[in-house]
Design a protein around this ligand. Structure first.
Ligand SMILES: Cc1cc2nc3c(=O)[nH]c(=O)nc-3n(C[C@H](O)[C@H](O)[C@H](O)COP(=O)(O)OP(=O)(O)OC[C@H]3O[C@@H](n4cnc5c(N)ncnc54)[C@H](O)[C@@H]3O)c2cc1C
Length: 540
């Protein structure tokens, strides 16, 4: 491991950077847990803006449930079980009010078959659940939750470069299993996100400009479909289903029990972060958007505009990234970025790191073990917390004019000025590279022409007041609306947004009609449905 120290204007050393990371100031660099500092405001219980499948289940007898439990290799957790208070939770406490009739921890495809037969027999609503990170709470239901997290083994065939991953695996476990072989799978940064939802919605991450999205690396998947058949689909077996699982979104076509991925050998990874004064944020965004999407595939970066918890400070203007290669080559690329901004960054850090440390740092878990980089409910050593937020997304196919950049910055300035809004902000993630070399109709993931994407993030404390929650929703809606004229109109299906009106076209574009055909083929009765599930061609 080498740490670059020779650049005269470098002010942040490795120890300082990693201390910040461990404190959570550089957490989950790509994702929803990036709030700089949570609100410490006390409050009344927050209203819920969730829209999960609302159907009320029919009454079933205890004997029916007992029969289901007996027939499972895994376990069934009902509301009277001491494990239920944890078992019914998703990642976001906003959805704790949804009380499933039962959570089935399926241990095998046969368990999933048993559960599907049960819900078919009783007309019970169901929701498959992987990591439980759905932004809209679509992985819970008042009916039966089919939890796949018991199927979480990761098997690596290093010679063939293939990883077979149980659908219940979390991202940090996938990274940790591959790292000893000096291999990676491009996936998201947040450690507790499930491989299942992430893959089926695309999978944006710090290695995807080099190796493609997570779904681009899928070679095969084992799926239990609505009629109970267990299918292994790939490019030649059930190819339409295989196509749909790569970007068509989780929860639409069946319950995936296992994924087979192409993994990639990697010898050296470097990470970096550059901070500019807020007064240079517009220059920074402009320089970044002209640099990041055209950079070599090896370089992934994002541009962060973040509110802070301390209202006396300025918002944060930062560029982060990961480079597949040595820090010396990274430095000359960073020089190209910094030379485009009239003011030098006030802090700069660049360093080579091991694969696992890179992923732990990106996850906001540096200094923690892999076990600690989980929720306590997932691992007895887990030290991560749940969080509450709402989000929206955009893709951009042309560069932002100065007015568009000012619109982004105004959104952050409003957030920083508000006494009700803390942390959160706007994250621009570079696209291009291997992502955009895949044809838009080659997989169900249609967003192949973007220069970058945006995620607008509004977090709050679980105990925040109604006023704080409402202010966050209003900020999201206003900020996103103001950016409309500059965005493509598409949205990322994995940042699933219950308040998006034209979600079908925004998520799937021209791939929508083929997705509807696949839905009609594999789930003609629309067993797998939720507020934003893909409809069949016959409108079921
Ligand atoms: C903190 C945080 C960080 C994130 N970071 C990233 C990131 O870096 N990159 C990125 O691309 N996305 C990221 N996301 C978005 C994430 O990819 C999606 O929320 C994804 O759907 C989560 O998958 P999951 O398995 O954890 O969630 P779940 O809520 O379990 O599932 C999501 C959807 O998939 C369905 N589903 C789950 N398991 C299965 C299965 N086995 N078979 C069929 N359907 C299933 C569910 O029913 C639900 O509709 C992040 C989200 C959060 C909350």
């Amino acid at each position: 491991m080498t740490t670059e120290k020779a650049v005269p204007w470098e002010k942040m050393n490795r120890r300082e950077f990693l201390a910040l990371s461990a404190l959570g100031a550089v957490p989950c660099i790509l994702s929803a847990c990036v709030s700089d500092s949570p609100s410490s405001v006390t409050a009344t219980p927050s209203p819920v803006h969730a829209t999960p499948s609302p159907t009320k289940p029919p009454p079933l007898s205890d004997a029916d449930w007992a029969a289901l439990a007996r027939n499972l290799q895994g376990t069934l957790v009902r509301p009277d079980n001491p494990q239920y208070p944890i078992a019914h939770q998703l990642y976001d406490p906003r959805f704790d009010y949804i009380r499933p009739a039962a959570v089935a921890y399926c241990a095998s495809p046969a368990d999933v078959q048993t559960c599907l037969a049960f819900v078919n027999r009783f007309g019970l609503p169901l929701a498959p659940r992987g990591g439980g990170h759905s932004y809209a709470g679509y992985s819970t239901t008042p009916g039966l939750v089919l939890d796949v997290t018991r199927m979480n083994t990761v098997k690596v065939d290093a010679g063939a470069g293939i990883a077979t991953v149980g659908a219940g695996a979390r991202l940090i476990d996938v990274y940790a299993a591959l790292a000893p072989y000096s291999m990676v799978l491009p996936a998201g940064s947040c450690p507790t996100v499930g491989i299942a939802g992430l893959t089926m919605g695309g999978g944006i991450g710090v290695l995807d400009r080099k190796f493609g999205l997570t779904c681009d690396n899928l070679l095969a998947a084992q799926v239990v479909v609505a009629d109970g058949r267990v299918l292994t689909c790939d490019a030649t077996h059930d190819p339409d289903l295989f196509w749909a699982l790569r970007g068509g979104g989780g929860g639409n076509f069946g319950v995936v029990t296992s994924f087979t991925f192409q993994a990639h050998p990697v010898s050296t990874l470097s990470i970096f972060t550059l901070n500019w004064p807020w007064s240079s944020a517009a220059d920074m965004v402009d320089a970044w958007q002209n640099w990041a999407p055209q950079a070599p595939d090896e370089l992934w970066s994002n541009c962060l505009l973040l509110g802070t918890g301390d209202k006396s400070s300025s918002p944060i203007a930062r560029v982060n990234g990961v480079y597949v290669g040595p820090v010396a080559s990274l430095n000359s690329l960073l020089q190209q970025l910094t030379s485009r901004v009239s003011v030098a960054p006030y802090s700069r850090f660049a360093s080579e790191e091991s694969i696992l440390d890179t992923m732990l740092i990106e996850a906001g878990c540096y200094g923690k073990t892999v076990g600690e980089c989980h929720l306590p409910s997932q691992n007895p050593q887990g030290q991560e917390g749940r969080s509450t937020y709402s989000a929206k997304s955009d893709f951009f196919t042309s560069l932002l004019p100065r007015q568009g950049i000012d619109t982004l910055l105004n959104g952050i300035n409003r957030r920083q000025a508000s006494p009700l809004l803390f942390g959160g902000g706007i994250l621009l993630d570079a696209s291009g590279g291997a992502i955009n070399r895949v044809a838009p109709d080659a997989t169900a993931f249609a967003h192949r022409d973007a220069l970058f994407s945006a995620q607008y993030l509004a977090p709050w404390n679980d105990s925040a007041s109604n006023a704080i929650v409402s202010a966050n929703f209003a900020w999201l809606a206003d900020t996103w609306q103001a950016v409309r004229p500059y965005a493509s109109g598409a949205a990322y299906q994995n940042y699933i947004d219950p308040n998006l009106a034209d979600w079908q076209h925004a998520y799937y574009g021209a791939n929508l009609s083929r997705l509807q055909s696949v839905k009609s083929m594999y789930d003609p009765g629309n067993l797998f449905r939720f507020a934003q599930s893909i409809p069949t061609t016959h409108g079921a």
